[in-house]
Design a protein around this ligand. Structure first.
Ligand SMILES: [Zn+2]
Length: 132
């Protein structure tokens, strides 16, 4: 059975297979349909969430290196920097694919996170609102 829905993120209409008619009451089905996302939005949510988590993990680990093993930080710095750049590019690509914005990745974001890893989330927020 196919049910019509509007994506909870973009509002675009779509249809979704409902495989067990009668298992939920009609109000439950109506409520469930409020949480359905289209493939494009679902893919974007997953990609941006995964990249953000990876980035925050890298920044957190780097923060600990600076704090607890400052003598080793020079060895680890370049490795961390390239890992952060790779994940940041992944996040930028996901956002650009979804929004059609361009040129989101800026090398100084990587430096910003390396210098102040506890501020990594503010870089992520900047990416989602590049004009502000
Ligand atoms: Zn959508």
């Amino acid at each position: 059975m196919k049910l019509a829905y509007n994506c909870k993120f973009c509002g675009n209409p779509g249809t979704v297979d409902y495989e067990h008619p009668g298992q939920l009451t009609e109000p439950q089905v109506t409520n469930w349909l409020k949480y359905v996302a289209c493939d494009s939005c679902a893919e974007f949510q997953r990609a941006s969430r995964d990249a953000t988590r990876q980035l925050l993990t890298l920044a957190g680990n780097w923060s600990n290196v600076i704090k607890y093993s400052p003598k080793q930080s020079n060895d680890i710095r370049e490795e961390t920097k390239s890992a952060i750049e790779r994940v940041l590019r992944k996040l930028c690509n996901a956002i650009e694919k979804k929004t059609h914005w361009g040129g989101l990745f800026q090398p100084h974001y990587v430096d910003q996170i390396i210098e102040r890893p506890t501020q990594a989330m503010s870089v992520v927020k900047t990416l989602f609102k590049p004009t502000t």
